[in-house]
Design a protein around this ligand. Sequence first.
Ligand code: ADP
Ligand code: ZN
Length: 605
Amino acid sequence: MSNKSHQRNDDKDNKFNKIAIAVTVVLVVVLIIGGYFIFFHNKDNKINEEEKDVAYTSLIKQISDGEIEKIEMTVGSTTVKVKEKNNEEEKEVIIPSTQAFVELIQEKVAEGNNIELIQNPENIILRIGETLLGLVPTLMLVALFVLVFKMQGLGDKGKVYDATTAKEKVKFDDVAGLDEEKQEMIEIVQFLKEPEKFVEMGAKVPKGVLLYGKPGTGKTLIAKAIAGEANVPFISMSGSEFIEMFAGLGASRVRKLFEKARKVAPCIVFIDEIDAIGSRRTNASGAESENNQTLNQLLVEMDGFEKDEGIIILAATNRPEMLDKALLRPGRFDRQITINVPDKKGREAILKIHSKGKKVAEDVRLDNLAEDTAGLTGAELANILNEAAIIATIEKHEAITNEDLDEAFKKVTVGLQKTSRIYSEKDKRITAFHEAGHAVVSKYLPTQDPVKEISIIPRGMAGGYTMNRTTEDKNYISKTEMEERLVVLMAGRAAEKIVINDISTGASNDFEVATKIAKDMVTVYGMSDVVGTISINVERDPYELQLLGDKYADVIGAEVKILLDAAYARAQKIILDHMDKLNAVAETLLEKETIGEKEFDEIFK
Ligand code: ADP
Ligand code: ZN
């Protein structure tokens, strides 16, 4: 979320608060005034029901008996003043109906009864008091609605950030790095500009795009940039907003959101934290079934609109594994883009963008800062520059200096260092050799796919990664290929040991994968001569192994161990034979953090 949209939100909240306060004040005033008049001017409430009936019946009798001299009535009031013939004091009596009462007296007068009937005009003040008090329930209802609306945000949540009117449109140029991702988005921008053309052509454009990535990596930014480039409105809502507060409203909010989107289409609908509503459906009740309803409504809406309506839904999450599979089906979020933490080049670009509009001293080295900030997100980098500007102002510097940046860097990363989110030089070095080990060894093993990308930028749980390009669809994997895969997996640890003579925990996943492969080779694929052709699935049935006896289990264990040890030895040998290549790859990684296929192959020429 950028600061700007927060600002807009605050304004809206302020307005709501003012309305709520005004309504409360009016209500209290009305209650006091109304109560005052009713209490002091209307004594109806002093006479209880029973007395009322008795008094009225006896009054009628008195009238018939000619004991009443004068009756004084007030329009709009059911209390009448009665003067008896032989009594100086007047008494008050409540009558059930003024109309019937007046008719009764007129009748008696016509019969020759001598009653003076005075009809006073309406008591305006009393009337006002009563009216005001009568309004109280209505006003209270109104106030309640205002409150509910405010809490629910039914009124105007799903802020429309209208790119066509926004002063500063976010453009692709404001998004640093992420070049490939932007490239993928261009097609969506084109579609939003001219949806009809795409439909005419019969082209298939995704309805929904899921953006995976840690918070602060620029998912919202890139979504806004798409809207900015296409010059269409940007409607955003956070998944957590759908499910807060009262039950049953999540689904209706989803409906509202899409209603709004249809009105302003073509447009971008951005749902942040989609995992809050899109996590796997359960058959539970309560909060979870609420979640289900919201998710179902989202699916209904997504299936409901046609391609030519020009609505593209972008959704962001950093927990893709939580999402309900139904969201990923064709016609829904059928495209997924991972937004990674920026590499060194990306970080430098982000720092450059955010230093625009700030006074920065000429000798400031953003490239140095980029080098020291491996693992930080765009938001954190932007934050460093902001902090630096604050520090420079306090220090009364002409412009932001290297020292200010240093200070800001420390401030922003203090918390991060503890959680080892930020890389030390030593960590980086170990990771570089580890990954270089995987990559170099796989290069010398003919069955292994070519290396596509190597990086020492953390991704998920891993400190770095080596990606291989899959060359062909395979139906079968040969024994040789599996053995060589084991060698590649062992190469990370082997390289660490050889170069640094120390080992890290970074290889645990490699071993896990390798052990699984080795086990399968022995117990599922019959690739061990000693164990023979047999299938044992211990996961399916733990007793299967016991059936065969302890000796057999020992043999299987030994065979798995032999496969793994042999693979480790081979990895070691390949690395020692090609130390120059290992060093070259590791050094390049330390410098650039991520290297692609071309650069990697270059080293081997
Ligand atoms: P996310 O949606 O992934 O949590 P945001 O898009 O809200 O992250 O990013 C927060 C802020 O960080 C942005 O507003 C921007 O200032 C900065 N930022 C993040 N990534 C980038 C980037 N690639 N280029 C420029 N600024 C970025
Ligand atoms: Zn590894």
